[in-house]
Unconditional design. Structure first.
Length: 64
């Protein structure tokens, strides 16, 4: 029984460190995904485009 108690105590800090690493990795991943989503939204959102005349010129050429 003695060695079994020591093994459980040894594994506990390892599991805690693993949980901390996973939490940190998930947090960083979420931040990265949010930045990517914002960048995609800015690219695909035509209201964010400062040069509206460029879009109108393209639309005019394809329509006629």
């Amino acid at each position: 029984m003695g060695p079994k108690m020591i093994d459980e105590n040894d594994k506990r800090p390892t599991a805690d460190r693993r949980q901390d690493r996973l939490k940190s990795a998930l947090r960083e991943n979420l931040k990265r995904r949010k930045v990517q989503a914002r960048e995609r939204a800015a690219i695909s959102d035509p209201s964010q485009n400062d040069d509206d005349s460029l879009d109108e010129g393209i639309a005019g050429k394809t329509g006629g």
